[in-house]
Design a protein around this ligand. Sequence first.
Ligand code: CDP
Ligand code: CDP
Length: 205
Amino acid sequence: MSFTVAIDGPAAAGKGTISRGVAAHFGFAHLDTGLLYRVVGAKMLDGMDPVEAARTLTASDLDRDGLRSAAAGQAASKVAVNAEVRAALVDFQRAFARRAGGAVLDGRDIGTVICPQAEVKLFVTASAEVRAMRRFRELVAAGEDVSPDQILADVRARDDRDMNRATAPLKPADDAVTLDTSEMDIATALAAAIAEIDSRRPATA
Ligand code: CDP
Ligand code: CDP
């Protein structure tokens, strides 16, 4: 039996951290769907047609170096406005969601478009300033030469593109539970997510 947890929200809200914790706690498989768009964005920067990159994407592409860079993130949010790119990535994500033993997928449109039937939908968010500071610390730790102002502008530009695109814009599903992590540490946010999932799991599972 499949059991799907959909975790959506803006950049650096804590989706990945919560998803990994949820996957470890329940033994679910985890797919960071942002990586799919990052792969397509990185291939576009290499000169490949993004629709072709999306159609030929395989699981091994997700191991590519440099996908976490700020440049790959920006390129990802640009290719993500393309409806043909998005359509080409749907089957890969839905097949993952149906895995036996449960799956957690995080992204922007998992609860709204990819898995509207997901048993649990969380919308993880935080203020743009908090998210920019989290992402800034991460990029500095990874050795990138960036400024806090530049990262805040980057987060805002991506929020704007993600929320205002015509196809699968970032927004909470009607039945999503919102988790604002602006003032939550990781342990508190993870505990809230686990409690929400527990409340929706079949008693026999
Ligand atoms: O996946 P997403 O871009 O939404 O965010 P993430 O990669 O899970 O988290 C971005 C950064 O914020 C990471 O360095 C996390 O450790 C940190 N974080 C935090 O400080 N407090 C939280 N409640 C959640 C994440
Ligand atoms: O880690 P962070 O939240 O900064 O970004 P990400 O999840 O890796 O996603 C990078 C970009 O891919 C986002 O800004 C979105 O434009 C796009 N994306 C999307 O459109 N749909 C998804 N399900 C996941 C990501």
